[in-house]
Design a protein around this ligand. Structure first.
Ligand code: SF4
Ligand code: SF4
Length: 456
């Protein structure tokens, strides 16, 4: 069920008022900013838009904003507070996001929010050594970081197989946590198999719909996987399971030019990170150059599309992609990864609106452009095509983390930890995988590009 409603702004603080104070008093209380916060000491211009649509999150019965704070990059508590003031009431975090800093950002903002009006989901990754006691303990730490007595939804993080739905430790522990009033609902996030052991996202989600124990889920839904995504959505809707979306904006088109004498802030950070990991500065620059050259090649290939629509920034594509997901009445909320305030001002006006015909046309053409470039998250169709047992879907997902989400370190660590080996095996291979992707992705060359990226 969808509802148009007005989220009350308990303090009535405008963005200008909210932001201009930096670390000073707000509505009679003290705004605690982390040193180096993006808003610290800055006067910012702000839009007046507020969230206009709330949807019932399946069987939880909670009315959630159609756009949500996704916590992968979240570290700044001002983002949580500003999102709340704009009417966003869903926060998706995890124990491992920024080593607990995403949960802490929510916790630092907690005193400024009406707890009964927000919905918090957090997640823990289940390991082979976990016991009921360790899960109870980790949940307690999540509660402490978020300065709250209860978690609305407690998830298994990133499960990659149907079998994992039955994790007896998770179910036993969450039964206890529910009885103790520390969690209300359970769910899981899924973006397909991890390595070569696992099932497609579709198989996992359809099995979960049948399973019946899960109240809500977080999965990959975007205009590029609409066929699979809609099938999953229909199955979840039939069981009144809450639906939340992630990785809503696939692909990227335009590289930022690189001048070693005058690198951008992001490029400087990248080089510094590589140096701190033991690379020489020259190696880091070479790697960055290689990466940008490859992006430039993609850009050249997509130039007709870019010129046809007069696309100036990648953000235009990102916002249209997010909008496409958020407008779907059956997707209850759309999680957008964020750690700055500007993105909030950009997405909130999308709330409760539908894509314009022009944006529909743009996404339709964009889909064609990306078709043989974007490895669908959670897809596992080519799993048996590699005699070397390389986990193609997983490796391409790590490349996406690196390239599209700015999570270079995570991506490289995950890649290095793969049991199945890495894509250096593709060098000189006669590529029996060719033709295995129904979308026409050239698996060998894409894997080699991923390897080059993830081993810079
Ligand atoms: S390469 Fe193609 S078949 Fe293989 S996982 Fe990606 S989208 Fe699926
Ligand atoms: S090219 Fe790579 S992914 Fe394809 S079959 Fe060879 S080793 Fe496997």
């Amino acid at each position: 069920m969808e509802k148009e409603s007005r989220h009350s702004n308990q303090s009535g603080i405008s963005r200008r008022g909210f932001l201009s104070v930096g670390g000073a008093a707000v509505a009679g209380t003290t705004l605690s900013m982390r040193p180096g916060s993006v808003v610290e000491g800055r006067e910012r211009q702000g839009g007046g838009a507020k969230i206009r649509k709330y949807k019932t999150l399946g069987r939880t019965g909670f009315e959630v904003s159609d756009l949500a704070v996704g916590g992968v990059p979240l570290r700044n508590t001002a983002v949580v507070r500003y999102a709340y003031e704009k009417g966003i009431n869903y926060f998706d975090v995890a124990e491992r996001y920024s080593g607990g800093a995403a949960e802490e950002a929510v916790g630092e903002a907690m005193q400024f929010m009406d707890r009964s009006k927000i919905f918090i989901t957090t997640k823990i990754g289940m390991g082979n050594n976990d016991t009921v006691e360790t899960v109870l303990d980790r949940c307690g730490q999540c509660l402490a970081r978020m300065k709250t007595d209860y978690i609305d939804a407690f998830y298994m993080h990133g499960i990659g197989s149907v079998e994992a739905l039955n994790n007896p430790v998770f179910h036993a522990a969450t039964d206890r946590l529910k009885a103790d009033g520390k969690i209300k609902f359970i769910g899981f996030s899924c973006h397909g198999p991890r390595g070569n052991r696992g099932d497609s996202m579709e198989d996992v989600l359809l099995a979960a719909a049948e399973d019946g124990r899960f109240d809500q889920v977080l999965y990959v839904y975007n205009f590029m996987n609409r066929e699979v995504g809609d099938k999953i959505l229909a199955a979840l809707k039939a069981k009144n399971i809450g639906t939340t979306a992630m990785k809503t904006a696939p692909g990227m088109l335009r590289p930022t030019p690189f001048d070693p004498e005058n690198p951008t802030e992001q490029q400087t950070q990248y080089i510094d990170r590589m140096v701190s990991r033991g690379r020489s500065r020259e190696q880091a620059i070479t790697g960055l150059r290689r990466q940008i050259e490859r992006q430039h090649e993609t850009y050249q290939n997509t130039r007709p599309f870019i010129e046809k629509y007069g696309i100036e920034t990648e953000e235009q594509l990102r916002l249209a992609s997010i909008h496409w997901v958020a407008q779907n009445p059956d997707m209850h909320t759309t999680c957008v990864g964020m750690n700055d305030l500007d993105i909030i001002d950009k997405i909130v006006p999308l709330s409760g609106t539908t894509l314009s015909p022009a944006d529909e046309a743009l996404l339709s053409d964009y889909e064609t452009v990306l078709n043989d470039k974007y490895c669908r998250h959670g897809c596992n169709i080519c799993a048996d095509a590699c005699p070397n047992g390389l986990p193609v879907s997983t490796i391409m997902r790590y490349a996406y983390y690196f390239e599209c989400q700015g999570r270079e370190k995570d991506a490289m660590l995950e890649y290095a930890a793969l049991d199945e080996g890495d894509a250096s095996l593709c060098i000189g291979c006669h590529a029996p995988c060719s033709g295995a992707c129904p979308y026409g992705i050239d698996i060998q060359s894409t894997m080699l590009q991923a390897h080059s990226l993830l081993t810079l």
